[in-house]
Design a protein. Sequence first.
Length: 397
Amino acid sequence: MRNFNIKRQINKLYTLTTVSYFRIAGASWVALLALRGFSLLQIGILESIFHIASSCFEIPSGVVADVFGRKRTLALSKLVSVLSCLAMILSDNFGTVAFAIAFSAISYNLESGTIEALAYDSLKSVKQEEKYNQYASTEMMLYRITSSTATLCAGFALWLGYKKAYAIDIFFGMIALGIVCSLREISGFTGADDKMINSQTDEHNKEQMSEEKQERMNEEETDQKNIQNIRISERLQNVLTESWHFMKNNRKARSIMIVNALIGAVSTLVLFFLQAKLPLAGLNEALLGPALFVMGLGAALGAKVVGYFPNWKYKKYIILSGIGTLVAFGMTFSGNPYLMVLGGFAGSFADDFLEVRTDILLNDMIPSEQRATLISVNSFTFSLVMIVMSTLMGSIM
């Protein structure tokens, strides 16, 4: 692509991930709500609200990115994130906090998948799409490092109080918005990049054409657009139809998605509620961040260890992960903060241990033509389970 520095674009995307996920208030939002006097039941309901909003906007946000552009969608995501933090600062009751939480979910939906699409299409525009795997790996590493560093600041966030903590998140959100504005928009449609490269030449040539010839070209372009719209419509209908048939006729895939969602939801919620329960159990607030960081290491270990058991049957993964999740859940009632942290580590390990194997298994089963849609169904299943489990576990814990 003429006048396009792909290395600069990718480095900006790396920086965007690093800045976007350093959210000290976002990493300790449960503990901050508990400090404000919200009960675990109320926090569980708020988590359900997050997933209700997320499930509603998950697919529409992808449409927004494809229709209006990835850069604009990312900018909107950062703006909504800032507004969410501002709403949390101004919140003074359950309803206003719920409003802020819903805004946060929408921000997540707008960003999820959009930044990956922009990165892939940027590399594709210069015929370097084979480097996307390297980008994805590095981007995930930066995400883990940044989010883990944010959890280390949990004690600092509690010391600051929720208003100042969210103000810091707003500061980093504005920096992220500035980075997005400096990105280069890349269209995902075939041939769009070539048109952008030669846009000035095309305009000059059109001026030299006769009105009759230009009118004929405009008619041809209109016909091509109509054909493209028909093809998109047919492909959309085909993907939805085949995906429905796959889910309807593949009981094993449905079972895998549901079991993975149930175990993952319990493990995730245990870690959420430990943010509030650990200080109540006597853990020094200054140690909350390191405790959350240690528990998060369980996920990294679980994802790494799964590779050593490639020949295990899926039932063994379910049994081991189920045991780890039960241990994590049981330890939350021990009253001992160190046993709680140990349980959180076990639950985090169990979650990623099963999640990685589930992703591999599902990708082997799913047809390529419907891969994105059916993987989204898996994520959607998790959101639906979280809607129910968040309130239920909040009332129990």
